[in-house]
Design a protein around this ligand. Structure first.
Ligand code: ATP
Length: 239
C-alpha cells in the first residue's frame, strides 16, 4: 500500500505537485495495475521519482506499507523500476551490464528467462551504445523484471517495442499481477492502458483529479473509450 499526503514539489519557480494526496491500496481497490495518467509535464514522473526517493519533495509524506520512506533508501530494494529513459553506459556490453546490476542487487535473478523471451542472446556481447532503441528497451525491461519485488513501477514501458515484444511485455505484467504484485504504470498509449489497467490515477494541476476504475471514468465523462474520456476532462478543464 502507498499513502501520499499533501505532497509538494517545486523545480525553481515551477510548482509541479501542489498538495497531492493519493492512497493506492490493492486490497480495497479493483486490482493490482494502476495507470498514472496526465498531460505532458503534469508531474507523473516527478510523482514516481518521489515514491522512489529520486526526487526529494519540498513538503508532504510518503508511506509504503505503513512506513515513511522519505530520506530512507533500504525500501528501494523491494521496488522494481523501469525508467522512462534508460541512460545505459554506452561502452558496456549487455552481458556486462546484467552482471553489474546483479552484483549491485544480490538476490536471485531470472535474467536468462527474459533473454530467451526477448531473444536477446545475439546481443549479449554487443555494446549498449550500438543497440537499437527497441532492443535497449528490452534490456531495460529485463533489468526491471529479473528480480522479484512487491512493487513494480513502469515509466512508459511500451516505448519502441515491436508488436511481439509488446505482447511479451503485457504477458509479463499480467503474470506479476497474478502473483499479487502492485504495479504502477505511466503511459500515453490509451489502448495499452485500457487493456491493462484496473484503476486510473489522473494527475492535473499538481493534484489527483480522478482516481477510480476505467468504467467509472467513462461513466463520469459519458464516453465509451478512455481516449475520449481523457480528452473530455482536458477540454472541460481547458488544458
Ligand atoms: N529535475 C528537474 N528540474 C527542473 N524541472 C523539472 C525537473 N524534473 C521535472 N521538471 C519539470 O517538472 C514538470 C513535470 O515533469 P514530469 O517529467 O514529472 O512530467 P510528466 O507528467 O512525467 O510528463 P511527460 O508526460 O511529458 O513524461 C515539467 O514542467 C518539467 O519540466
Amino acid at each position: 500500500m502507498i499513502e501520499i499526503k499533501n505532497l509538494y514539489k517545486k523545480f525553481g519557480k515551477v510548482e509541479v505537485l501542489k498538495g497531492l494526496d493519493l492512497t493506492i491500496n490493492p486490497n480495497t481497490s479493483e486490482g493490482g495495475i494502476f495507470a498514472v495518467l496526465g498531460p505532458n509535464g503534469s508531474g507523473k514522473t516527478t510523482l514516481i521519482k518521489s515514491i522512489l526517493g529520486m526526487v526529494i519533495p519540498n513538503k508532504g509524506e510518503i508511506e509504503i506499507q505503513g512506513k515513511s520512506v522519505l530520506k530512507k533508501h533500504q525500501y528501494r530494494n523491494n521496488i522494481n523500476y523501469l525508467p522512462q529513459i534508460a541512460n545505459f553506459p554506452s561502452n558496456l556490453s549487455v552481458n556486462e551490464l546484467i552482471k553489474m546490476v546483479k552484483n549491485l542487487r544480490p538476490k536471485p535473478a531470472a535474467d536468462q528467462e527474459f533473454i530467451d523471451l526477448f531473444r536477446l542472446e545475439p546481443f549479449l556481447d554487443k555494446k549498449l551504445g550500438n543497440l537499437s532503441g527497441g532492443t535497449k528497451q528490452k534490456v531495460n525491461i529485463l533489468l526491471t523484471f529479473m528480480f522479484d519485488s512487491e512493487l513494480i513501477i513502469l515509466d512508459e514501458p511500451t516505448t519502441g517495442l515491436d508488436p511481439i515484444s509488446l505482447l511479451n511485455l503485457k504477458k509479463i505484467i499480467l503474470a506479476e499481477k497474478e502473483k499479487g504484485k502492485m504495479i504502477l504504470i505511466t503511459s500515453h498509449i490509451m489502448s495499452f492502458v485500457e487493456e491493462m489497467a484496473d484503476e486510473i490515477v489522473f494527475l492535473l494541476d499538481g493534484k489527483i483529479y480522478f482516481k477510480g476504475t476505467l468504467a467509472a471514468i467513462k461513466e463520469q465523462t459519458k464516453q465509451t473509450d478512455l481516449e475520449h474520456a481523457i480528452a473530455a476532462i482536458l477540454t472541460k478543464e481547458n488544458v
